[in-house]
Ligand binder design. Structure first.
Ligand code: FES
Length: 77
């Protein structure tokens, strides 16, 4: 039980955002994503992957399309 003399922290827990190399940004949900055209996408999921490559058919959500692009890029090297 917290001590009544101690100030209570009012700071919310920081939201974790993970950046994947050549992939999406994974954000702990729920989230609202505002696109550059002003549209708003909402997800109540525990964590969501937000597309950073713009290849997703379900943008702004990552649909793993970035993986095929990454494979082609590695095949050329
Ligand atoms: S980052 Fe995964 S489809 Fe764009």
């Amino acid at each position: 039980m917290p001590n009544a003399d101690e100030p209570r922290s009012r700071e919310p827990a920081p939201r974790r955002v993970s950046v994947e190399q050549d992939g999406p940004v994974v954000v702990e949900g729920p989230v609202e994503v505002v696109a550059d055209d002003g549209t708003v996408a909402v997800s109540d999921r525990f964590a969501v992957a937000i597309c950073t490559c713009r290849r997703s058919a379900s943008y702004p959500w990552c649909d793993t399309s970035h993986r095929a692009h990454e494979r082609r890029r590695k095949d050329r090297t």
